[in-house]
Design a protein around this ligand. Structure first.
Ligand SMILES: Cc1cc2nc3c(=O)[nH]c(=O)nc-3n(C[C@H](O)[C@H](O)[C@H](O)COP(=O)(O)OP(=O)(O)OC[C@H]3O[C@@H](n4cnc5c(N)ncnc54)[C@H](O)[C@@H]3O)c2cc1C
Length: 417
């Protein structure tokens, strides 16, 4: 066996199953040092006056990190939980445990990749390599029929070519045991107060209705596939996929398996299509980078907005616009951290086209509130809602009336004729 020590840097991949960095590190080393850092840069206010991470998502994240630690312990390992910037903390841990290499999953959005670059530079000074793995998408970048710079912007073309010319890899196995250095100091899970939340905010976190961790995620996935299915067909698995407690690849293969039992071909195709949208946004972020954080997005032509939009924005985010569907959805979002896709489409279109508020503010509010927040899916979807997204054909305003009439036949009348 290789006598190496490999540090496994967990980020949005908080699971044991189908986790390449964990599996490969265990295979290629004598001991591994699993680490999760609560990075203070994710617990600050944005320039738009919103929080980068709201208290519900912070509480959910804590649960998932704690669950990962328990799962690693069950395999004989453990997890070092720290609070601080990874580019400062990881080199210290690497030195302490004489680490030879660091493994992590590559991210796509600007802030995340910047942090990876800082870590890479700090490790490089110690002559330690940061090895990048792909693990967040169904399709591996290397398996795509085109390099990132040539990925078609049109979603339909991306989908057609990818499905025709590329394939999804099989699910990876789990390590049976995890060996860590003797006496490894595992740190401590920071409290919500240590993460900067006020007493009132912390009380609000009692609203969290989802338990964290991969075991809950896998149970939830199985009851979605084999239990009584939500009539609208929403799995509500997105919070688990976003923190990585559920691998999208595992979900994909489980959906394919269910095709032979509980799901018909059409339902399977619908779910896979959604997972493909998720891949698409991540690849588009890799291709177009920061353009997704600009009001003009990909087209350079932001939708018309009013100059002083704070009042309208406040009424929208607190659910006080006077429109029951929008208000009900916003209250639900604020209370639970989740609303369905059609609710997101309705409230986004309402903010942009009825209230004429800068869409970046809406995206920032979702960033604070959503349990499943991910930069690519969120800003990619908002950019499309605002008509400035990467897939020109999908840059069309949501027909609020039609969508509301379908999902809320009674309340839809308030949108008028
Ligand atoms: C304005 C707006 C903002 C959004 N922000 C986010 C976000 O921050 N994070 C996020 O995960 N999704 C986001 N979505 C996409 C989508 O609404 C959610 O993924 C979905 O509602 C999650 O619910 P579910 O797990 O029941 O999804 P299902 O319908 O069960 O779909 C299965 C999985 O596919 C993925 N998925 C589904 N639809 C999409 C989509 N349109 N784009 C990308 N991935 C998709 C999710 O991982 C989801 O769990 C946003 C959509 C809109 C319109």
């Amino acid at each position: 066996m290789d006598r190496k020590t490999i540090l496994v840097w967990f980020r949005n991949d908080l699971r044991i199953h189908d986790n390449e960095i964990l599996l490969r590190a265990v295979e290629r080393s004598q001991t591994i040092v699993p680490v999760y850092c609560f990075d203070p840069r994710y617990f600050v206010d944005t320039d738009l006056g919103t929080q980068k991470t709201g208290v519900l998502r912070a509480a959910f994240l804590r649960e998932n990190v704690a669950a990962l630690q328990r799962d690693l312990q069950a395999l004989g390992g453990d997890l070092i939980i720290t609070q601080g910037c990874p580019e400062e903390i990881l080199p210290q841990i690497a030195e302490e445990y004489k680490v030879n290499e660091v493994y992590h999953h590559r991210e796509v959005a600007y802030e995340e990749t910047k942090i990876s670059a800082l870590v890479e530079a700090a490790l490089w000074k110690m002559q330690i390599n940061l090895r990048h793995f792909i693990g967040h998408t169904l399709y591996h970048k290397e398996d795509l029929p085109f390099p990132i710079k040539d990925i078609p912007d049109a979603f339909a073309t991306f989908r057609k070519k990818t499905e025709r010319e590329s394939s999804i890899r099989p699910e990876l196995g789990r390590p049976n045991t995890v060996r860590i250095p003797e006496g490894m100091d595992t740190g401590r899970l920071p409290s919500l107060s240590e993460l900067g939340f006020s007493k009132t905010a912390i009380e609000y976190a009692n609203n969290l209705r989802l338990q964290g961790g991969e075991q809950v995620a896998l149970q939830h996935m199985n009851s979605f596939l084999y239990g009584d299915q939500d009539t609208l067909g929403y799995s509500r698995l997105s919070p688990y996929i976003a923190v990585g407690a559920l691998s999208p690849n595992t979900f994909y293969h489980a959906v394919r398996d269910a095709e032979h039992t509980t799901l018909d071909k059409k339902r399977v195709e619908q779910i896979i299509l959604k997972l493909l949208w998720r891949d698409y946004y991540r690849f588009m972020f890799k291709k177009h980078g920061n353009q997704f954080f600009q009001a003009g997005g990909m087209t350079g032509k932001p939708p018309a907005s009013i100059a002083d939009d704070q009042k309208q924005f406040d009424s929208w985010k607190t659910g006080k616009t006077g429109h029951p569907i929008v208000d009900g959805s916003m209250k639900e979002l604020n209370e639970t951290g989740y609303i369905t896709h059609h609710q997101r489409a309705i409230v986004a279109a309402y903010l942009i086209y009825q209230l004429k508020v800068n869409w970046l503010k809406g995206a920032a509010w979702f960033e604070e509130k959503l349990l499943d927040y991910g930069p690519a899916s969120n800003y990619g979807s908002w950019a499309h809602a605002a008509g400035v997204g990467s897939s020109a054909k999908d840059n069309k305003p949501t027909d609020i009336k039609k969508l509301s009439a379908r999902f809320y036949p009674k309340e839809a009348l308030v949108f008028g004729s």
